[in-house]
Design a protein around this ligand. Structure first.
Ligand code: PRP
Ligand code: MG
Length: 212
């Protein structure tokens, strides 16, 4: 019998809540996080611990069948991936921020400016919509440091509590999108796997109802 391969974030903010919801729907995982793959004891499911940014491509290729992932990552990298369920945790927003002392009234103020970000496609979409041309610097982490070291005039990154912005003397000036964890599925799914997914989705819906 085939198993449904579910990807979750290996480490980071989403990992803990992802493992919790799997546990809450009765899927108990045998081995810990040191393994990159683990089988459920009582359900035809395998869990793959992956880097966030790699998950959209794995879904597209059918390397994994489903994933618990931030919507923001799908918007950045996986526009043809279907979201079947919003999970209500790991809420955040993708924002533009500038140094506290900088003046900002609209995105037009970033014309010709340098923006550091880990979300180039998302920012570009927003700039294009507004007819603004700016220079993007792609950084994979610690984006908020960029204005302080003279690398950028603004940043675009995810904001949750706002604490990282605050600590780096930045202010949030524009919200591009809001995000939360979702259950996403591969476009190539066998009937057998679809049936397993349906069961999981049903259980998730019950758990989410109970959490309200
Ligand atoms: C994420 C994100 C922001 C921060 C937002 O970074 O890139 O920097 O969290 O959360 P906050 O508003 O609650 O401070 P993370 O700590 O995951 O590290 P990274 O950017 O180096 O990957
Ligand atoms: Mg960060």
């Amino acid at each position: 019998m085939s198993k449904l391969r579910i990807a979750v974030q290996k480490s980071g903010r989403l990992n803990e809540d992802s493992m919790r919801i799997l546990k809450d729907i009765g899927i108990s995982i045998d081995n810990g996080k040191d393994q990159l793959k683990a089988s459920a004891r009582n359900f035809p499911v395998e869990v793959f611990y992956l880097r966030n940014g790699d998950i959209p491509q794995y879904l597209k290729d059918g390397v994994v069948d489903a994933a618990i992932i931030g919507e923001n990552v799908l918007i950045e990298k996986g526009n043809d991936i279907t979201v079947v369920e919003k999970l209500g945790f790991s809420t955040c927003r993708v924002c533009i921020a500038v140094p506290k002392s900088a003046e900002y009234s609209s995105i037009n103020d970033l014309e010709g400016k340098r923006i550091a970000t880990s979300y180039p496609n998302t920012v570009k979409m927003y700039l294009d919509e507004n007819g603004v041309k700016a220079n993007l610097h792609i950084i994979n982490g610690s984006v908020e440091i960029a204005p302080n070291i003279g690398l950028a005039d603004a940043i675009c990154d995810i904001v949750s509590s706002g604490s990282t912005l605050f600590k780096n003397n930045l202010k949030e000036v524009d919200t591009i999108l809001k995000s939360e964890a979702v259950l996403a599925v591969s476009p190539v799914l066998s009937e057998e796997k679809q049936a397993i997914l349906d069961k999981i989705q049903f259980r998730i819906q019950s758990v989410l109802k109970g959490r309200q």
